[in-house]
Write a new protein. Structure first.
Length: 257
């Protein structure tokens, strides 16, 4: 039986995480504003909450997580959730006894279902994948006082949809339904008065004159109402590698739920 790690590699999900770090190294100066805005927004939200334990969805390389959260003097427990935690990150914090690394599919198991359904010829149907997605639920192994969704909401569906499209023919209608189901499922993890969300919600293509020549919606559900809302722009790619010939920026929103 194929291992989970090998399956993730075959689906390109681990290489995607590595690609994020490579892009950050190339774009560090341009990412700085986005990363600082994300960190400050999280700190502002936490300053109004008496949480002692925190969960982070989509921790990744910890680029956008405030360092204060990782200090043993700040919180009794910090649970980091991701599909795969970089070895370098786990090694760096291996002696921090208040930090827990949990590897979990934050789509509720849809990744495995998609892999198995596309692996066996004839076992995939658009109706079946929608039905399967409607019944998924994420079961968190550890409960905490506060929950942070960290630039992951729209990533959850992109990775799965990109893999599906590379393997089979699938209609635009089904793709949109899947995106909505995946994102709505993640929204349900964020509890009122105990959560905050940071996500990019719109992609902008910028030409050489600095003009916006194309936009793309990244969030396909109604975002939760917020007690605090902040918006900013993320200069994601200025070397024209994400979309050849164009710079790519993201509009980002932070919401205290």
């Amino acid at each position: 039986m194929i291992s989970v790690r090998k399956r993730l590699r075959k689906m390109g999900l681990i290489s995607d995480q590595t690609g994020i770090l490579s892009r950050y190294i190339r774009e560090e100066h341009n990412w700085l504003n986005h990363l600082n805005n994300t960190k400050q927004f999280i700190l502002d939200c936490l300053s109004q909450n008496n949480a002692e334990t925190i969960s982070v969805f989509g921790s990744g390389w910890l680029l956008d997580l405030p360092e204060q959260l990782l200090s043993e003097r700040s919180y009794k427990k910090v649970v980091l959730y991701d599909l795969h935690h970089p070895v370098e990150v786990k090694r760096k914090f291996r002696n921090y006894h208040h930090i827990f690394f949990e590897e979990i599919d934050l789509t509720g198991g849809l990744i495995e279902k998609v892999y198995l359904m596309t692996k066996k010829r004839g076992s995939f149907s658009e109706e079946k994948i929608i039905t399967e997605s409607e019944n998924l639920k994420v079961n968190l192994p550890i409960e905490t006082d506060y929950y942070i969704s960290l630039n992951i909401l729209n990533q959850l569906d992109i990775l799965i949809i990109d893999y599906l499209k590379s393997r089979i023919k699938i209609s635009d209608t089904t793709i949109l339904k899947l995106r909505k189901l995946i994102q709505a499922n993640h929204r349900e993890l964020l509890k009122k008065n105990k959560s905050c969300l940071v996500t990019d919600y719109e992609e902008l293509s910028i030409n050489k004159n600095g003009d916006v020549v194309g936009t793309k919606t990244l969030v396909h559900i109604k975002l939760p109402e917020g007690k605090r809302i902040k918006k900013w722009m993320w200069k994601f790619d200025t070397q024209k590698t994400y979309h050849p010939g164009f710079n790519t920026y993201f509009n980002v929103i932070g919401i205290e739920i």
